[in-house]
Design a protein around this ligand. Structure first.
Ligand code: UTP
Length: 461
């Protein structure tokens, strides 16, 4: 490729983006090819629309009288039976989103390979895959396991699964698919940024990108043809998640819900977690940054927070609903964020900004919630199902995840009649149970028959 394709040059000129070809002469053939390919995937008109929104004030929540707390659903024996029947019938697939860049954790590897097993050092991917495998075995069911990656995580994720023989899962039951990317724009000019000569600054388009990626890749159609009716959604950074919890699946089916969500009680009004609430009668996220102080602090008669339904990002989608919202005009819209992005300056030299210099765009999964006509919310205990790994230190870090994982095993063992030696309330030894040994407390109770004497770290697998 000698000259840039003329139609490309004209297209860039029309959108004021001709700077992207300034370094063309110095690129080798493969770099030119990559740049042309990257630019072919860019919707410049869409970027211009988004750039115009950069100084719009953030849409405030509607007035208080239009907002109400969400009612929560009970776990019942009937719903457990219904959920189990659906899993056994092969109607449930599992979707893990693992395309994020893990910037706060500060690792350049996919977050899923991060070791979190308190005794074994098992990775997040291993823990999640073993939960799916345990469910397959318990219900003798086929449970498709979909793993969404991004260009930032794709190759290494597949390599990791291969190297670990898919953690015992049949390899044909695991599907990797990539989410889309979005270019970063220069905040001052709206021009696309380059991270190196001939390479755009692209980043994954947010966890909400899974919906379009599922539809555009043909996976939704395939799942439907394979008899799947419900898709369990969770995120790679929560090792406590109860994958395809039958009570949750069952209640979702029983109520004809299109989107079901788990929530955990928020106890500190200042906690930085989005809460679910009703806005004009529809289930919606109330982002913590939008929640006025007075609402965040409102108390119910039982003393608990009124807006307490904290979202751990665990959802169950009816496949028909996903089809409906990914075809036609109701697709999710992007959120804008001003960020510091390393890039090339006008002279083509590397530039590390000290203040926000770029606009980035992401789709959020929870924007799908208000599109549902029927939905439910189920509250679970935070310590049972939510241990997010976000930061390298402090809150939501490897240390807090380790403690939450050990605490849960300690509680399960104690409920099975085992004495767990504790110091200052915490287990003296690291404890771990592989999902292949027990996926829930009841299963563990059925397995611990003899007296266990804990005098050292314990790993049950
Ligand atoms: P976060 O928003 O916490 O992002 O993602 P992150 O990549 O893990 O961490 P930071 O913000 O860069 O520090 C929550 C979940 O959504 C997935 C992540 O992999 C994680 O499971 N995710 C996020 C995607 O799959 N794609 C994205 O574009 C963003």
């Amino acid at each position: 490729m000698g000259e840039p394709p003329p139609n490309l040059a004209a297209r860039l000129r029309a959108h004021g983006q001709q700077h992207l070809l300034a370094g063309w002469a110095a690129l080798d053939a493969s770099e030119r090819e990559r740049l042309v390919e990257q630019l072919a995937g860019v919707d410049f008109a869409e970027l211009e629309r988004l750039y115009r929104r950069r100084s719009e004030p953030h849409a405030a929540l509607p007035s208080r009288d239009r907002i109400a707390p969400v009612p929560v659903e009970p776990r019942t024996a009937a719903s457990i039976a219904l959920g189990e029947a659906a899993i056994r019938a092969g109607e449930v697939a599992v979707l893990l989103v693992a395309g994020g860049q893990a910037t706060r954790l500060g690792t350049d590897r996919p977050k899923g390979v991060y070791p979190v097993g308190p005794v074994s050092g098992a990775s997040l991917f291993q823990i999640h895959a073993e939960k799916v495998l345990a469910l397959r075995r318990r219900y003798s069911a086929n449970i498709p396991f979909l793993v969404m990656t991004s260009p930032a995580t794709h190759d290494e994720t597949i390599e990791f699964f291969n190297k670990n023989r898919f953690f015992g899962l049949p390899s044909d039951s695991v599907t990797f698919f990539q989410q889309g990317t979005m270019p970063a724009l220069d905040l001052a000019t709206g021009r696309l940024l380059l991270e190196e000569p001939g390479r755009l600054c692209l980043s994954p388009n947010g966890h909400g990108g899974c919906l379009t990626a599922l539809a555009d890749s043909g996976l939704l159609t395939k799942l439907k043809a394979d008899g799947i009716r419900h898709l369990f959604y969770f995120q790679v950074d929560n090792p406590l998640v109860r994958v395809a919890d039958p009570a949750f699946v069952g209640r979702h089916i029983e109520t004809g819900s299109e989107v079901s969500s788990k929530v955990v009680a928020k106890t500190d009004p200042a906690e930085k977690v989005g809460v679910l609430g009703l806005v004009d009668g529809r289930c919606s996220i109330l982002e913590y940054s939008d929640l006025p102080h007075a609402m965040a602090n409102e108390r119910a008669t039982d003393g608990g927070l009124v807006f307490r339904a904290g979202s751990p990002a665990i959802h169950l989608f009816a496949l028909d609903f996903l089809e409906r919202i990914t075809t036609g005009p109701t697709r999710l819209d992007f959120h804008l964020a001003k960020k510091k992005v390393n890039c090339l300056d006008d002279a083509g030299k590397p530039f590390a900004p000290t203040v926000e210099n770029a606009l980035k765009f992401e789709l959020f999964i929870f924007d799908a919630l208000p599109l549902a006509d029927r939905w439910i919310v189920m509250e679970v205990r935070r310590e049972d199902e939510f241990a997010p790994l976000k930061n390298a230190t402090g809150a939501d870090s490897p240390a807090t995840v380790h403690k939450l994982l050990v605490d849960r095993v300690a509680r399960w063992l104690e409920s099975a009649g085992v004495t767990v030696p504790r110091a200052n309330g915490e287990s003296k030894f690291p404890l771990e149970i592989s999902p292949l040994y027990a996926i829930d407390e009841e299963e563990l109770r059925g397995k611990i028959r003899s007296r266990m004497n804990i005098t050292e770290p314990v790993l049950l697998r």
